[in-house]
Design a protein around this ligand. Structure first.
Ligand code: NAD
Length: 501
């Protein structure tokens, strides 16, 4: 954090936020919800109200979709050159960078995660995402294809790429700014106009992103932000004026979206839940593996879709790895995210705290044993803080092994036979990611090929880059974000046939 401290910055931002409700951003203007309704968004470190935010209902969504449609059809955006679109994305990245410290603290205040991490992950990550996708408009084109001549006539066949239209982007609270950037950047790079619906728990950085996009020079209506609850998200999904929905969130809501989007058969991409296996072979660098297993589950308080929540360590190294992870968990400092000493902040909400705590109770009742953690850390009586927690003595059918907890809870299981290991690792309704630790190259590649997961990390964990596709097998989602694949999500391909006779 440069210049003034996170605490002073937080004081200034909190005062500003308390002064007036946060309006929707539609057609380039901040405006209250049509109903005049607002809801409270909280600081999870204190449980206190941070801001009042406009609560969009379906009428506001209508309004935002109409603005996006007008912007999409308007020549200012529709006919903007690829080069100019790229420059706008670069300018937006520069503006985020200029405001990096404030955005990092704003995210910390609203989501809870430590400000030094929001700076690194949310803010630096978003800048990188916008800069990466700024490279695509000038490179994302069609091709000419070698089709056969017809009736003696030569035929020219080529493809073009066109933006899919108005995109509804619905994001969760666990990485609020990054998840918005992952969708907004490729959607705008492809030439779509968007309506962004942030999670009700964490709407603040998305609203600021919308303002910065206007400042960067995106035409009004190209990026609209509607804040509110599932009702607003559902209205966007069902809206006949929306051509595409990109959603990150729970598998349960993902299924509702698939059903609700059927009216106009809009395109849908989904990034959903996970229960990722983190696998340690006995020949691995066990210290490095244990460190990665710890950060793989405890980072972001375990509220990460790729959290390595199932540790499978070989029986020969199980005790050593579990001891090291447990010792590391005990050393982690849980505290207010504004303090530079905090490794973990609070969970995002009381609801999330109850959910995580409920799973710890379920694990105990089912016969698993807590080695460390399991509840509220001593000395943190208010806010939604939860200790890093490690379970052992678990078995495959237990709910803590099968269900996504979305909190700092690791379940450690030993294995002996590699074929059995692959079978249990794959025995999940999810297939988002997996980690493998071994120094045997063949073994690593064999396991990577056998695991049903959209991302496999070998001797590393949670590496993510806008250049590399990200998404899940099975009930972890549809489609891939990042890379060329993300540009494809937001575009249509047109095949043009020309008779040259
Ligand atoms: P959620 O599904 O409850 O909410 C996500 C978003 O959907 C919010 O903006 C919410 O307002 C909106 N929403 C709720 N009901 C809706 C409906 N019927 N129609 C349309 N929109 C609706 O999820 P959450 O609790 O915010 O996030 C946690 C979950 O998200 C976890 O299960 C986690 O694994 C998953 N997640 C997945 C990824 C990934 O990349 N795969 C990333 C982050 C989070």
């Amino acid at each position: 954090m440069t210049g003034i401290s996170a605490i002073e910055r937080a004081r200034r931002l909190t005062t500003q936020l308390a002064a007036a409700p946060q309006h929707l951003l539609i057609d380039g203007r901040r405006q209250p919800a049509l109903s005049g309704k607002t809801f409270e968004t909280l600081n999870p470190a204190t449980g206190e109200t941070l801001a009042r935010v406009a609560e969009a209902n379906p009428a506001d969504v209508d309004f935002a979709v109409a603005a996006a449609r007008r912007a999409f059809e308007n020549r200012a955006w529709r006919q903007m050159s690829a080069n100019d679109r790229a420059n706008l994305l670069l300018r937006l990245a520069d503006l985020i960078e200029k405001e990096a410290d404030d955005l990092a603290v704003l995210e910390c205040l609203n989501n809870g995660k430590p400000a030094h991490l929001t700076r690194l992950v949310e803010v630096e990550g978003s800048i990188k995402t916008f800069r990466y996708f700024a490279g695509w408009p000038t490179k994302f084109g069609g091709e000419t294809l070698p089709v056969s001549p017809r009736g003696g006539a030569q035929i020219l066949n080529y493809t073009t790429r066109e933006p899919v239209g108005v995109a509804g982007l619905i994001v969760p609270w666990n990485y609020p700014l990054s998840m918005a950037a992952w969708k907004v950047a490729p959607a705008l790079a492809a030439g779509c106009a968007v309506v962004l619906k942030p999670a009700e728990q964490t709407p603040l950085t998305a609203l600021r992103l919308g303002e910065l996009a206007l400042e960067a020079g995106f035409p009004p209506g190209v990026l609209n932000v509607v804040t509110g609850f599932g009702e607003a998200g559902a209205a966007l999904v069902a809206h006949p004026g929306v051509d595409k929905i990109a959603f990150t969130g729970s598998t349960e809501v993902g299924k509702l979206i698939v059903k609700a989007s059927a009216g106009n058969l809009k395109k849908v991409s989904l990034e959903l839940g996970g229960k990722s296996p983190h696998i340690v072979f006995p020949d691995a660098d066990l210290d490095a593996a244990a460190a990665a297993v710890g950060s793989g589950i405890f980072f972001n308080q375990g509220q990460t879709c790729t959290a390595g929540s199932r540790l499978y360590a070989h029986a020969d190294c199980f005790d050593r790895v579990v001891e090291a992870v447990t010792a590391a968990a005990r050393k982690l400092k849980v505290g207010d995210g504004l303090l530079p000493t905090s490794d973990l902040g609070p969970l995002v909400s009381q609801e999330q705290w109850d959910r995580v705590s409920g799973y710890v109770d379920i694990g105990r009742r089912e016969g698993a044993r807590v080695l460390t953690g399991g509840g509220r850390p001593a000395g943190l009586e208010r806010g939604f803080f939860f200790e890093p927690t490690v379970f052992v003595d678990a078995t495959a059918p237990m709910r803590i092994v099968r269900e996504e907890i979305f909190g700092p809870v690791l379940t450690a299981l030993p294995w002996k036979d590699v074929d059995d290991l692959v079978a249990v690792a794959n025995d999940s309704e999810y297939g988002l990611s997996a980690g493998i630790w071994t120094n045997n190259l063949k073994q690593a590649h064999r396991a990577a090929a056998a695991l049903k997961a959209g991302t496999v990390w070998i001797n590393c964990y949670n590496l993510i880059d806008p250049a590399s596709p990200f998404g899940g097998y099975k009930q972890s989602g549809w489609g891939r974000e990042h890379g060329r694949q993300a540009m494809e999500l937001y575009s249509e391909i047109k095949s043009v046939w020309v008779s040259l006779s």
